[in-house]
Design a binder for this molecule. Structure first.
Ligand code: SF4
Length: 330
């Protein structure tokens, strides 16, 4: 299998080496491995095999500003474009929040890694995507909440997914405009998709080529200049819907958001990890909190209890990290 949990970052390598793959990840990897074995043997990808790959896709429940929305996303930590943009001074990617949040939750990181692997390596059919039980509370959903398309294959898959799931109106954010436009030119843009181009630089609206312009519904730019008029200020996207509404003509084309958390580190540092040990029916978790250099060990009788404790731990150290960043004016 070509899949590996390796983000090409020293900290991640060390971190992932400590992780035990959770049950859900192991289950999905077994499915992918079986499909690939079959494919290598026959050279044919049947609809049934495609549906098995679709069944491994993770749908993320969003919260905060996006409370009430679901998304399908790949991992920013696997994305070559994102990693390169993050090295360029003045870009919004220098201050990537998605990288911080993905790296703090190993369950989410592994699920989005698998999404990345499937969506960038296999071109799946509209028919296969119809089997994805995409939840909705408000009829809208986001594409790429924690990453971006990395290949044309991924953009084509998302476009096909939109065509398959007609009961949802999607909005996709991207900095990789031409990958999407290439997909649209080949297969036609899904009618239930708002295509939102995200400006790479803080305070500078991205140039859109003549070729791309017909496909673009909104341009989203983040500003750090207090004199700029900000029109993305709603506490909740569900009450605003400027980016999501299918009627784009009554909504602003240029969407301006205020920069949040000026000066965050571009890519996350290792702030903690949880080691899982199983013996008979008991689970032992060893929590390494690197925000205060403390290690604690606890025992659990159920998988559910251990998972809840792990989530609580990451929530806590993430809060500590954000608090200390603010106190130290980072
Ligand atoms: S403009 Fe509205 S819908 Fe778009 S990101 Fe901002 S709050 Fe959400």
């Amino acid at each position: 299998m070509r899949f590996k949990f390796d983000h090409g970052h020293t900290d991640y390598k060390e971190w992932y080496a400590q992780l035990e793959k959770n049950n859900e990840t192991a289950r999905k990897l077994a499915i992918i491995e079986a499909v690939e074995k079959e494919f290598n043997k026959t050279g044919v990808m049947t609809l049934d095999m495609e549906k098995k790959l679709v069944s491994c896709l993770h749908i993320t429940t969003l919260n905060g500003k996006l409370n009430g929305f679901y998304s399908i996303s790949t991992s920013v930590l696997m994305n070559n474009h994102c990693q390169n943009y993050a090295k360029i001074p003045g870009t919004i990617c220098e201050k990537c929040y998605a990288a911080l949040s993905v790296s703090n939750y190993n369950g989410l990181a592994q699920a989005l890694d698998i999404n990345y692997y499937i969506l960038n390596n296999y071109l799946l059919s509209i028919e296969a995507f119809k089997s994805l039980p995409f939840p909705t509370t408000n009829g809208y959903a986001r594409i790429e909440s924690h990453g971006d398309v990395d290949t044309v294959i991924c953009a084509m898959n998302y476009n096909r997914l939109c065509k398959a799931i007609k009961y949802i109106h999607f909005a996709a954010w991207t900095k990789n405009i031409m990958l999407w436009c290439n997909a649209f030119q080949r297969e036609g843009k899904a009618t239930n998709l708002n295509f939102i181009v995200s400006s790479l630089y803080v305070g500078k609206v991205v140039d859109i080529s003549e070729k791309a312009r017909p496909y673009v519904d909104h341009v989203f730019t983040v500003y750090n200049d207090p004199t700029t008029t900000i029109n993305c200020g709603a506490r909740n996207c569900n009450t605003c819907r400027n980016c999501y509404d299918e009627n784009t003509t009554d909504r602003p084309f240029y969407i301006n958001e205020k920069l949040k958390g000026e000066g965050k580190t571009s890519y996350p540092v290792l702030i903690g990890s949880v080691e899982w040990k199983r013996e008979n029916n008991n689970i032992t978790l060893v929590f390494h909190d690197m925000t205060n250099d403390r290690t604690t060990t606890k025992h659990y009788k159920t998988e559910r209890g251990a998972r809840a404790a792990e989530t609580k731990f990451y929530d806590k150290i993430n809060r500590n990290k954000v608090k200390s960043d603010i106190e130290n004016n980072i």
